[in-house]
Ligand binder design. Structure first.
Ligand code: 13P
Length: 251
């Protein structure tokens, strides 16, 4: 799976151009890799219009959701609203939302359950800060984040989720985790899933890596046993590099 987190980038017109350019540059056997683009909420429809017109096998994801279905929650958007326009994935718990918008583990858990109730696959982001890594407690830290996000789920619900391991110190810094560092944590996540919900479920959950992924480092990351794809920030804003990253999944 190769997912692009566009963050707060691109106008409506730019979304149309980038989506079309991704379709034009996509690998020949693109239906064998789950390509997902996650534009800002206001531009989800713009991405859809291009994808639907070209009948392209690319899914559209949102970057945020609120856990109530409707009501007096000014500025928020609900899972049923996203589902109705065809959104099939939604990023939750991204470190930028945790840091700048106060998203807590409990909120991530509520959002996750709301998404599953609307048949939208959550892409749950977890990852430690540099201080936590330096204190060598990153494995426990990340496993606790996963435990909290997945609290109360049964195995069939857990299996529908995607987890993205994104060490905060590697996001937008150009300093990517080494394949071994990423694998260590992704393996720890999969072991936790196996302990809680069984090994079949643990195998079904896709675990992505995110943080300064580019065409130069993607092969080493994807070669790791427990890394099933990438969640890409900066490099997903360029069609050629995003498509090259999708192509790397097919090797
Ligand atoms: P960069 O790829 O720009 O480091 O961002 C990663 C990220 O935050 C994906 O969600």
């Amino acid at each position: 799976m190769m997912a692009g987190n566009w963050k707060m980038n691109n106008t409506w017109a730019e979304t149309v151009v980038l989506t079309q350019s991704i379709i034009n540059n996509a690998p020949d056997d693109w239906d064998e890799v789950d390509m997902v683009v996650c534009p800002p909420l206001v531009n989800l429809k713009a991405a859809f219009s291009v994808i639907e017109f070209d009948k392209a096998p690319i899914a559209v994801g949102a970057q945020n959701v609120y856990w109530e279905d409707s009501g007096a929650f000014t500025g928020e958007v609900s899972a049923p609203m996203l589902a109705e326009i065809g959104v099939s994935y939604c990023i939750i718990g991204h470190s930028e939302r945790r840091e700048y918008f106060g998203e807590t583990d409990e909120m991530v858990n509520r959002k996750l359950k709301a998404l599953l109730a609307s048949n939208i696959a959550p892409i749950v982001c977890v990852g430690e800060s540099l201080a936590v890594r330096d204190s060598q407690t990153h494995i426990d830290f990340v496993r606790n984040q996963v435990r909290a996000a997945f609290a109360g789920l049964d195995a069939s619900e857990a299996a529908k989720c995607v987890i993205s391991y994104e060490p905060v110190w590697a996001i937008g810094t150009g300093r990517t985790a080494t394949p071994e560092q990423a694998q260590e944590v992704c393996f720890a996540i999969r072991s936790l899933l196996a302990d809680e919900w069984g090994s079949d479920t643990a195998e079904q959950v896709r675990i992505l890596y995110g943080g300064s992924v580019n065409v130069g480092n993607v092969d080493g990351l994807l070669a790791q046993q427990d890394i099933d794809g990438g969640l890409i920030g900066g490099a997903s804003l360029d069609a050629t590099s995003f498509c090259a990253l999708a192509q790397a999944c097919l090797k």
